[in-house]
Design a protein around this ligand. Structure first.
Ligand SMILES: [Zn+2]
Length: 165
């Protein structure tokens, strides 16, 4: 897919995140879209707080939707777009789902450390080391627009609002 396609689909993910959760970082608007054979098969946001479900990340919700939409559990050739760099759970779910590309907007260095649980490991290494099917990984698509939805590295976030404390 071309860079213009990636930006177009990332904008769908951004717009969906904003439509569902607004632009306030307090609500953690994260959007994910799965595109297969050039068409959208899933579009989701995170529902962790709303559903009291720590696994309800946008990417996981999108993978579940794609499974229902396609009637299968693997999506070879599909691209998963996420407005924020996927966590370890979502990285591995992408491997199990067999998606061929993971494209994200804001990266770890663009946002507050609260969004990532691990101290030293890069969860992206999981994807880089996936061996059954190679996964192409690309970050930084509309990263500034995506990063504006989240607390930034320099923001003074109250400790009780930090997800990983
Ligand atoms: Zn995740």
């Amino acid at each position: 897919m071309s860079q213009a396609d990636d930006e177009r689909w990332m904008r769908v993910a951004i717009d969906h995140a904003i439509a569902e959760k607004g632009t306030d970082p307090v609500n953690t608007p994260i959007g994910a879209v799965i595109v297969h054979d050039g068409r959208e098969v899933a579009r989701a946001v995170n529902h962790t707080a709303e559903d009291c479900d720590p696994t309800a990340h946008a990417e996981i919700e999108a993978i579940r939707q794609a499974g229902s939409a396609e009637g299968q559990m693997r999506f070879e050739g599909a691209t998963l777009y996420s407005t924020l760099q996927p966590c370890g759970m979502c990285s591995f779910a992408s491997i199990w789902a067999g998606v061929s590309r993971v494209v994200y907007g804001a990266g770890r260095d663009d946002v507050h450390e609260m969004y990532f649980e691990d101290r030293h490991l890069s969860t992206l290494d999981y994807l880089a080391d996936a061996y059954k099917d190679d996964i192409v990984l690309e970050g930084g698509v509309l990263s500034d627009e995506c990063a504006r939805l989240y607390f930034r590295p320099w923001d003074d976030v109250p400790e009780d609002m930090q997800a990983n404390t």
